[in-house]
Structure formats: C-alpha cells, structure tokens
Design a protein around this ligand. Structure first.
Ligand code: FAD
Length: 463
C-alpha cells in the first residue's frame, strides 16, 4: 500500500467536485480528485446530459409521428420506428466524449485523477481502493462532493421491473406500460419522453398536484400537454406494493387498485451520499433534513473539511454544485470568497418547459413584499406561434415601490433558454424599467420577458 500527499483532495468528480479540482489546479494547488465512476458524476453519466439526450430523441420521434398523422404544417412523413438500443448508444457516445473532455481538463490543470472508491479515515486522510491496490493519501484540505443517489422505497426496492432514473436512461426498448412513482421533475421528464416513444404512462403523485414546488399556473400547461400525450396522472395517490398486474396504488378517497405496468420507475427524490465512504464517521453537523451543514464558504463544522453539491441540500442542481466547487477552490487558495448569489435558476425539461429564478409571486408575498406581477401569454407571441408552441407565458414579479425584480418565471416550449437572462436580471439587481428599456430581438421568445415587464408598468404592446 502506497502513501501519498496533496494540498487538496476532492472526493467525488461530479459537477461540484470536478469544477473544484480544475479551478484549484488552475490556481496552482496540488490537487487530487477521486471517483469510482468516469468523471462527470450523476449529471454527466446518469443525470442531466443523458436525460436531455433521451428527451431530444423522444421529441424528434414524436415530431415525425405527429407529422405522419396530424401535422397542420403540410408535412407528411411515414410513421417512424425507434431502435432504442441505437438511441442509447448515441447517448452513451455523447457521455463518453464529455467524460474524456473532463479528463483532458484535469490533465491541463495539473490535477491528479484517481479512478477508485475513496474512504475517509479522518478529516485529513482518505484511503482509495482502485484496480491494482490501495493508496492512502494525506491532505491539507478535504472537499466532500459525493453527491446523491436515487431514494429507494422500502416497499418497492429497486430490481426487476422496479427501476430508478439510472436504468430508465438505458432501456433496450420503451416499456409497453410505464408507471412513474413521483411527479417531480425527474419522473415527469422521463415519463414524458417515454410517452412520446409510445409507452402507456401513468404518473402516481401523493400530493394534490404534480410538480408541487411550482404554482398551479406554471404546472397547468404541463398537465394539459401530458393529457394530450395520453399520460394518466393520478394525484393524491400513493403507491403501495408490487401486484400481479404491476403496481398496487391507493387514492386518498378510494380503496386500493392495480395499475398495469411492465416497468415501475421510482423517482421520489434523491438521498445525499453521506452515510457511506467513512463520511458518517466524521464529526460533521447535519441540517434538519439530513444534509451536511455548510457556511457561506462551504466549510463544514470540521476545520479543513468542505462540502459541496447535492450533499449540502436543495436545490440539488448541477449548476449550484459547480458554483460551490469554484467557490471552495478559491477559499482553499486563500481568497476571501463568499457565497453571495441572489438566485439559482431552475429548469424543468418537461413539454412545455418550466423555468424559474428568484421568488414566485406567493413566495415574495410571504416574505412581506408588496408585489406587482406582469405576465405575457405566449399565445400573443409570433415566434411561439411559428414554433407551434403558443401555450404558456412569461411572468415577472417585482417589488411594487422600487420596481426591483424579485422573480422571473416562464412555461413554454424551449423556454429554458431564457434562464440565463432571468438570472442575469436578478443577480444584477435589475428593476422593471431596465428590462422594459432593452431592445429585444424580434421574433424571439425573449420578447416575452420585456412584455411581462411592460405589463407591470401597465403599457403592454402586443396584448
Ligand atoms: P454527483 O453528480 O452525484 O457526483 C458525485 C460523485 O461522487 C459521483 O460520481 C460518485 O461516483 C462519486 N462518489 C460518491 N461516493 C464515492 C466514493 N466513496 N468514492 C469515490 N467516488 C464517490 N441537474 C440540473 O442542474 N439540471 C438537470 O437537467 C438535471 N437533470 C437530472 C436528471 C436526472 C435523471 C438526475 C438523476 C439528476 C439530474 N440533475 C439535474 C441533478 C444533478 O445531476 C445533480 O444535482 C448533480 O449531479 C450534483 O452534483 P454533485 O457534484 O453534487 O454530485
């Protein structure tokens, strides 16, 4: 067994860990990063990238299917078929290319990457088990970036026909009947993709509505689209157990019933990976929800130990992990960096997409703001009409007395591209007139942002 030494050891090469290691290497810090998977973590291997590849393929398939039977565009196409194995192969090739890209960035930044399972012995020592042996590494600073894993339901353990998002991204063929337990963004993104690929999809959600983190106005266009796709959405319904037919469920007001399903996709949340790898043995303070508590430098309660990404709690998003990774690298380099972001944009890649940044109207009101809200319907957008995507809207939430933008939201096809404009506006402290006064290119969906701000000032042009 060999013994090594470094200034910074990053455990986990997901978006949090790899960004941290690259930035640290660029600043000349002697950095080691350890991961048992190919670099990129959940996001690149079994999350953001593969799911968006599958969604893109499903959208293309659906477009052609639609053209073959009911397109209003005058396009006629023969009914397509799908070879899902080939689609998965295409997706895997993208993932491999990006894995290689991250590997190259490690080399360029002078970061030592070890493919192996790490076990934390104490806040300054990590043992790594890899092909060909073990290595113990002493480090001045340790960054925990072990991410999260799909949460398992005790009465529906993963295996056989019960799958997590990971398996759902690599199926050999679309299920005939797919039951999705959990109507959050991961379940709905994947459920929508399989509905477009021809599966009969049923979504089971315990709450009153799917995507309960949003308000009803934002989720309604998604519900309507699911209905058009033939997806059955059972709200106020709980999954109970596997049955002979597939899945036994119970609606809040009814007795149990069975749902026919040859695959049951469980997407009821993700669990932080802090009860393994020796992390549970460290004297770390946890939050009430069981995540690692960190301060505004991502420092944990142990000196020299930092935590970033999903293990630090909501929002469990790749770009939050990346921002924390960059921050910690700077802190370790001795800079006086602090977490001072105002907002973190979030996108739900359903059809239509939902994008949010900052506060929803209700959240702003609950925080004591006197708010004014402006909304622009995409039905009035020429660009949305030419894309056959006129359902949805763009909404601005502002503080009434100052005009400061507190939140921006939108629902619509391909509307995720507005997330950057939303984040820039809020992060730069824009007021309504700043956005209303910017010339927006025509015809684009972004004009909706300007019109939503016009609406707050009571001077809409196109509605
Ligand atoms: P992770 O990406 O989970 O990486 C942690 C790494 O640590 C893993 O590579 C793991 O192998 C490694 N590790 C853990 N323990 C050990 C150990 N003991 N030894 C060695 N290595 C270890 N987010 C978005 O922002 N946008 C999206 O569109 C999006 N889509 C998603 C779709 C799906 C299907 C899923 C599942 C997630 C999606 N996410 C999305 C969430 C996103 O993937 C996570 O928020 C992000 O990956 C978290 O990054 P992280 O660095 O904290 O951890």
């Amino acid at each position: 067994m060999s013994v090594g030494k470094c200034s910074l050891l990053v455990l986990g090469a997901g978006p949090g860990g790899y960004v941290c290691a690259i930035r640290a290497g660029q600043m000349g810090i002697d950095t080691v990063i350890v991961d048992e998977m190919a670099p990129g973590g959940t996001c690149l291997n079994v999350g953001c990238i593969p799911s968006k590849a599958l969604i893109h393929a499903a959208n293309e398939f659906h477009k052609i299917t639609h053209a073959s039977d009911q397109s209003a565009l005058g396009i006629k196409a023969a009914a397509p078929t799908i070879d899902l194995g080939a689609t998965v192969g295409w997706k895997d090739a993208i993932v491999r290319r990006l894995n290689g890209g991250v590997e190259g960035l490690f080399k360029k930044a002078g970061v030592r990457h070890i493919r192996g399972r790490g076990e934390v012995l104490d806040g300054k020592t990590v043992r790594v088990f890899r092909d060909g042996g073990e290595e113990t590494i002493r480090t001045d600073a340790l960054v925990l970036a072990t991410g999260s894993a799909p949460a398992e339901l005790p009465f529906l353990p993963f295996g056989g026909k019960v799958i997590s998002s990971t398996e759902a991204l690599s199926l050999a063929e679309p299920p005939t009947a797919l039951a999705v337990v959990g109507g959050g963004y991961i379940g709905l993104e994947l459920g929508t993709a399989y509905a477009k690929l021809g599966s009969r999809v049923t979504v089971i959600e315990a709450e009153q509505r799917i995507l309960p983190q949003y308000d009803a106005a934002l989720t309604r266009p998604v519900e309507q689209s699911l209905e058009r796709l033939g997806v059955t959405v059972l709200t106020r319904t709980k999954a109970l157990e596997l049955s002979d037919k597939g899945l036994c469920v119970q609606h809040a007001d009814d007795g149990p019933s069975d749902i026919d399903a040859d695959r049951i996709l469980v997407t009821t949340g993700r669990t932080p990976r802090i009860r393994e790898a020796g992390i549970e043995g460290l004297a770390l303070t946890l939050t009430q929800d069981g995540f690692i508590a960190v301060d505004d430098r991502c420092a944990t309660s142990m000196r020299g130990v930092y935590a970033i990404g999903d293990i630090t709690g909501d929002p469990m998003l790749a770009h939050k992990a990346m921002a924390q990774g960059e921050l910690v690298a700077e802190v370790v380099a001795g800079r006086r960096s602090r977490w001072d972001r105002t907002c973190i944009p979030a996108v739900c890649f359903t059809d239509p997409e939902i994008v949010t940044c900052g506060l929803l109207p209700d959240e702003a009101a609950k925080q004591g703001f006197d708010v004014s809200v402006g909304q622009f319907p995409l039905a009035a957008s020429g660009r949305a009409m030419t894309m056959e995507a006129a359902s949805g809207f763009v909404r601005a939430v502002a503080e009434r007395c100052t005009g400061r933008i507190l939140g921006l939201q939108a629902v619509g096809r391909d509307i995720s591209e507005l997330s950057t404009a939303f984040a820039i506006a809020i992060e730069m402290g824009a007021v309504v007139d700043d956005i209303a006064g910017v010339i927006h290119a025509h015809p684009t969906l972004g004009e909706g942002l300007q019109e939503a701000c016009f609406a707050i000032g009571g001077k809409t042009i196109h509605v």
